[in-house]
Design a protein. Structure first.
Length: 318
């Protein structure tokens, strides 16, 4: 089978191998469609190019292969941009001031959702101050790693978290000396609040998702594995039974297509439902928009995996 002619030539330096010692580079690469068909000197690559091949000179830049991020949460990253950002809070006073400022323009009964605090900034002895400023507002402040949350009394009531509720399997409800919940929730204990707090989806979430995609592109990330959810709750639309992240990203496929190649992970709880949809690990979603999505995908689609059997994804430079 003959090698197709390149319809695009990129002149480097092109990083083709990364080793612990140094980068190995080439002067140019030739691309046919979505595949690299030639690597070498400018003259060698040009010999593989068609007569109308587009030529791009990186000049002072360096061309590197796209990066694959094997664990992120696209929907959560987009929602975080629309909530209270707590990443810069180094102390409890910083955190408290940021939360209080976010309360001023909100309705008295509106949910306040934030993310980004670190354990060192959340002083357990001062959590009552957060409770006082929250008042009757439901508030959910998730840690930077997503494994802990502080939830206000109103949020806990909505989730059914009381002094008599036992810790769930795989989680912990932090309590004071009298057995009353302090609002701090760990791991699986977050699920109750996650199930009742509002989730932005569809057109409301699209602008924030576009910002996330642009930032990923700026870092050279061209494909990702979305780690999905711990359970199958919170879904909507056609793939509601497959959980929040899966169904939300499917609903926003029009924003993702052509920008990022995605492997969508499934919660273990949703495996039977995935089978009902005719999906299997490694499949490409049959109804993903039929435009090019990222790089090197046969049908230009999103792939599906489940959280206990991640599929390896091969990167190919466009």
């Amino acid at each position: 089978m003959s090698t197709p002619q390149a319809d695009r030539v990129i002149i480097g330096p092109i990083v083709v191998v990364a080793s612990p010692v140094a980068f190995q580079t080439a002067e140019a690469i030739g691309i046919a469609g979505e595949r690299v068909v030639a690597v070498g000197t400018i003259d060698e690559v040009t010999a593989y190019a068609g007569p109308h091949a587009r030529r791009t000179d990186a000049r002072d830049g360096v061309v590197v292969p796209g990066i694959h991020d094997f664990h992120l949460h696209l929907a959560a990253m987009a929602r975080t941009r629309l909530g209270v950002t707590l990443d810069a809070a180094d102390t409890f006073d910083d955190l408290f001031a940021t939360v209080r400022a976010a309360l001023r323009p909100s309705r008295a009964d509106a949910w306040i959702i934030g993310r980004g605090w670190r354990e060192a900034a959340l002083d357990p002895a001062r959590l009552a101050e957060l409770e006082d400023v929250a008042g009757e507002r439901p508030m959910a402040l998730t840690s930077h790693d997503g494994h802990s949350m502080w939830a206000s009394a109103a949020a806990r009531r909505g989730a059914g978290i009381t002094a008599t509720v036992p810790d769930p399997d795989g989680g912990r409800i932090e309590r004071d000396a009298h057995g009353q919940p302090t609002g701090l929730l760990r791991e699986a204990a977050l699920a109750g609040v996650e199930a009742v707090k509002p989730r932005l989806r569809g057109p409301e979430l699209a602008p924030a998702l576009r910002e996330v995609l642009a930032e990923l592109s700026g870092w050279g990330i061209t494909s990702v594995t979305d780690a999905g959810d711990a359970g199958d709750h919170g879904g909507h639309g056609r793939y509601a039974s497959l959980g929040d992240s899966f169904s939300t990203l499917h609903g926003l496929a029009v924003e993702i297509r052509g920008r990022l190649r995605v492997t969508l992970n499934l919660p273990v709880d949703a495996l039977d439902a995935a089978g009902d949809h005719g999906l299997h690990s490694g499949d490409e979603l049959p109804d993903w928009p039929p435009r090019r999505l990222g790089q090197g995908v046969r049908r230009r689609g999103a792939r599906v995996a489940h959280r206990r059997a991640l599929r390896a994804v091969q990167l190919r430079r466009r």
